[in-house]
Design a protein around this ligand. Structure first.
Ligand code: SF4
Ligand code: SF4
Length: 441
């Protein structure tokens, strides 16, 4: 019997392996409530670059009325996967599943030019491998500390390079000391709970201070922190980029690593990774060995702010006399529904004044590898965010994702601002330790 919810594959432009679900597509009633929060629609005012337009394009392709030609693909590529449309949608359209299925179809159809494929391969092969990122630390440190980076940036040479290379250079993180998180960080005082810590790839190698701060804060609040050293990439960039098979492989390894660690809570501090591990049940649904375990896994995963906000503060907070502009990462606010917890934790710091950035639901342009593969749109969104931050006269911007941190740092700088950007947990850590603020930026 024909399933009315699946496309007629005889005509469909999609292959038979999990095409975007007709059932989800048909949930869209074309009301347009999602349009004002969609960053690409806000920028270009083009229906086909809105959630509603993209869903319609998916429908046409599923019915065989459109092919995955370069123009069709460009509308999907320009989507940031920010999920703002899901938060805004009154009909509950699960756009995240649609775009992820669509991206996997696009990658399998081999629609990209060789140079684009090479660039994407380079990004995936580098940013998902902490060992490779570690090798990049030394040349990057030499580049930054020798003054060569400052010289290149001020000389105008960058403008002669391809836009994607310019974006890569401008987004380079400023490297500091390589603080390691031990396999076991004991709880201070009476142990409250035992939790695992997902270290991430970019976070582990380029923002080790964020992981170190996370472990310190959790320990100060009475949590024993287990950080399995053999843990791999969680697969977030791959899953969000349509590289399904590799993403599944990393998901299996992550499940294995944390099952071996024997923890019932897994703490994430990178919003993109957090939203990905919460989707393992869907990603591994066809895997007979892992499907059941993957279904249980998301319930154990919590952003660090979720874990801490559920818990009565134990460690003393020292004052931080700062105006802090808080930026909601899309993968935290839209994909994980975590908005109030980071605000609650920051508000517990004496002297700290929290400022809201206008257009909060709209993405800063980071979105995984988006600011590297779609640099023009990403810069437009970054500039827009920087202009909204400027009037707040904040001493610091706080956010919950390494990608947003890099994007905001680069956008603020491009717009003439030297306001530092830090992870929320770094402010909490500084307050608990009574640390000098300059030491965290
Ligand atoms: S995920 Fe973001 S960019 Fe993509 S359609 Fe939804 S709101 Fe627009
Ligand atoms: S808000 Fe939801 S139902 Fe309305 S157009 Fe957007 S996706 Fe469709």
């Amino acid at each position: 019997m024909t399933n009315p919810h699946q496309p007629n594959l005889a005509n469909s432009a999609f292959d038979a392996h999990h095409p975007p679900s007709d059932q989800i597509i048909d949930t869209c009633v074309h009301c347009g409530f999602c349009l004002p929060v969609c960053p690409t629609y806000v920028l270009w005012n083009e229906e086909m670059d809105s959630p509603r337009g993209r869903i319609y394009l998916m429908k046409l392709a599923g019915e065989g009325a459109a092919t995955l030609n370069p123009q069709w693909v460009s509308h999907m590529d320009s989507c940031l996967g920010c999920m703002a449309c899901m938060t805004a949608c009154p009909s509950g359209v699960d756009y995240g599943k649609l775009i992820e299925a669509t991206r996997a179809q696009i990658e399998r159809k081999d629609t990209r030019s060789w140079s684009e494929k090479l660039f994407r391969r380079f990004l995936f092969a580098t940013f998902t491998r902490p060992d490779r990122l570690r090798l990049l630390r030394w040349p990057l440190l030499a580049y930054q500390r020798s003054g060569l980076q400052a010289l290149i940036r001020s000389s105008g040479v960058l403008k002669l390079m391809p836009t994607k290379m310019q974006a890569l250079e401008m987004l380079l993180p400023k490297l500091g000391a390589n603080e390691k998180v031990a396999e076991v960080t004991p709880a201070q005082g009476i142990q409250h709970r035992r939790v695992g810590l997902l270290l991430g790839c970019v976070q582990r190698e380029f923002f080790p201070q964020v992981n170190a701060a996370t472990a310190r804060v959790l320990a100060a609040e009475g949590f024993e922190v287990i950080a399995p050293q053999e843990q791999s990439c969680c697969g977030a960039l791959l899953a969000h980029g349509g590289e399904e098979a590799e993403a599944m492989e990393f998901a299996r390894k992550t499940i294995d690593a944390f099952e071996r660690a024997g923890v019932d809570t897994i703490v994430t501090n990178a919003a993109g990774c957090g939203s990905n591990v919460k989707e393992y049940g869907h990603l591994l649904r066809d895997d007979p060995q892992y499907a059941e375990r993957a279904k249980q896994f998301p319930a154990k995963c919590k952003d660090v702010t979720e874990v801490l906000a559920q818990h009565e503060p134990r460690a003393k907070r020292h004052p931080l006399n700062l105006r802090v502009a808080f930026h909601d990462s899309c993968h935290l606010q839209h994909a994980q529904g975590v908005r109030q917890q980071p605000r609650q934790l920051l508000s517990q710091i004496p002297g700290l004044q929290l400022e809201e950035i206008a257009e909060g639901p709209i993405c800063c342009g980071s979105a995984g590898i988006y600011n590297l593969v779609q640099p023009d749109a990403a810069n437009e969104l970054g500039d827009r965010k920087a202009k909204l931050i400027a009037p707040l006269r904040a001493d610091v911007v706080a956010t919950g994702n390494p990608g947003c941190l890099l994007q905001l740092q680069s956008s603020l700088k491009r717009n003439g601002s030297s306001t530092p950007v830090v992870h929320t947990i770094q402010l909490l850590d500084a307050s608990i330790r009574g640390a000098q603020l300059e030491s965290i930026w």
